[in-house]
Write a protein that binds this ligand. Structure first.
Ligand code: UDP
Length: 480
């Protein structure tokens, strides 16, 4: 008797390393641990192709990849905003996805997994008889906000956008102040708001969600979602996190950071990074430099090109060959902090930096991957959110999980040097230090438990993979 062919799974990644990194790790586990035939699809146009390629290079040979060609976005107004562009790029790439899934090497596909910006693909999955899943590279709390948006618009006419209440109490979750809602959710006249409403309204069509969180991180919400799935009020949401990178890619020469850390005392270094898209103004860069310098503590700072137009998000800008972020640091800063601080341009091997014994704290933009990586490494955080849903993440980290402190910005948005120095000192040597470290250690253990042999996240992913493997594929490519 011939062995049944492995079931095919297509993972449709939205642009940006923050999406691709966990999806690549998910693909690896589905292929290696569960024997599924996985293809990872990436799009062209809104992420740095070199970073994408480096991230994809860590995939095992058993996982196939497909890079879709660019689609035209030229008809859209230049100031349309990053989120809207992302939704449009994904939507306009659907014909390519259709061709891949129906093509000779594509079909029949058992399951299609899209992520936050890609739920338009759920309709295609249904049309082609594949199960449609959403990988949520974020928290239960963010799914909950999306549910609120959908409920608010249940009886709305198309284009009739309604405001989320202020503050927004998430059921079984935190009460979110309006200012901490993700960008795009705060203003119903923002162009992207209509896209978010449309996106949220599609959630009910998913066969299930995989959320990059774990039960013990958001316990009350995880239980609420479980009850809602049992009652049929919402598709099942499987907490499968933390899915963080287990093997480094080849983004850059990474040895300098690690060798420098090797020479520092245990628990002495503040790691500073704003992710793959965070950009500070020139003035804010100078304040941060001065704050780190006066704090007296050791630091490893991943410096990126400053924002010259005031936007905190530089996602999608491909760096120029001659860009030198370090040239934008204040005069004399590197000399004065030599030996005590290391500033590196653009990229550090973050997962390895966070798990290095010298690293004691993470000043972070609170991207969800960075958050999970810090939690998994047991490193407390200084929350410095910039854009997207980072303020929501920061609110959860400070108010719910208690693993972060948040330096305050002035009225004009600038975080002043004194505030930065005080926050660094408080987390490194102050009264709050031991509570934050203790909480970080507890969460590190909980994160490890979630992926231990009988852990909740490992079991949840196994359950989903089991469902896909059990799906019967009939001759015309439809799953039953
Ligand atoms: N990252 C890294 N080195 C860097 C900057 C980022 O390895 O210098 C990785 C980081 O470990 C994380 C991802 O890039 O896995 C960033 O994702 P996140 O969700 O934190 O933020 P985003 O970049 O999407 O804002």
């Amino acid at each position: 008797k011939e062995l049944a062919p492995p079931q095919k799974v297509v993972i449709f990644a939205s642009p940006g390393a923050g999406h691709l990194i966990p999806l690549v790790e998910l693909a690896r586990r589905l292929s290696v641990d569960h024997g599924l035939a996985v293809t990872v699809v990436t799009l062209t146009g809104m992420s740095n192709p070199a970073t994408d390629a480096a991230v994809l290079s860590s995939l095992p040979a058993s996982v196939a990849t497909s890079v879709f060609p660019a689609v035209s976005l030229d008809d859209l107004p230049p100031d349309i905003g990053f989120g809207t562009l992302m939704f449009e790029l994904v939507r306009r790439s659907l014909p390519h996805l259709h061709a891949l899934m129906e093509g000779p090497s594509g079909g029949p596909v058992t399951a299609l997994v899209c992520d936050f910006f890609g739920t338009a693909a759920l309709l295609l999955a249904a049309e082609l008889g594949a199960q449609g899943y959403v990988f949520f590279p974020n928290s239960f709390a963010l799914i909950s906000i999306m549910r609120h948006i959908a409920e608010l618009h249940v009886d709305a006419t198309p284009g009739e956008n309604r405001d989320l209440p202020d503050p927004l109490p998430l059921s079984s979750g935190p009460v979110l102040r309006h200012a901490d809602l993700p960008n795009g959710f705060r203003d119903r006249t923002d162009l992207v708001y209509a896209y978010l409403v449309e996106e949220a309204r599609r959630y009910g069509r998913a066969n299930g969600f995989l959320v990059n969180s774990f039960e013990e991180l958001e316990i009350a919400m995880a239980e609420k979602f479980k009850r809602d799935a049992e009652d049929g009020a919402f598709p099942p949401v499987y907490p499968v996190g933390p899915i963080v990178r287990s093997r480094p890619g080849k983004e850059s020469d990474e040895s300098a950071c690690l060798e420098w850390l090797d020479r520092q005392l245990e628990g002495s270094v503040v790691y500073v990074s704003f992710g793959t898209g965070g950009a500070l103004s020139v003035e804010q860069t100078a304040e941060l430099a001065a704050g780190l310098e006066t704090s007296g503590h050791r630091f490893l700072w991943v410096v990126r090109m400053p924002s010259l137009d005031g936007s905190p998000c530089a996602l999608g800008t491909v760096p120029g060959a001659n860009d030198d972020p370090l040239a934008w640091l204040p005069e004399g800063f590197l000399e004065r902090t030599r030996g005590r601080g290391l500033a590196v341009a653009a990229w550090a091997p973050q997962v390895r930096v966070l798990s290095h014994p010298a690293t004691a704290a993470f000043l972070s933009h609170c991207g969800w991957n960075s958050t999970l990586e810090s939690v998994a490494a047991g490193v407390p955080m200084l929350a410095w959110p910039l854009y997207a849903e980072q303020k929501t993440n920061a609110a959860i980290l400070t108010e719910v999980t208690g693993v972060a402190m948040r330096p305050a910005a002035r009225g004009d948005g600038l975080v002043a040097r004194e505030e930065i120095a005080a926050a660094v000192r408080e987390l490194m040597e102050g009264e709050k230090r031991s509570a934050a470290r203790c909480r970080a250690r507890e969460l590190r253990e909980a994160a490890a438990r979630a992926w231990s042999p009988e852990g909740s996240s490992r079991r949840a992913l196994g359950e989903v993979a089991g469902k896909w493997k059990a799906a019967l594929v009939n001759g015309n490519g439809r799953t039953a």
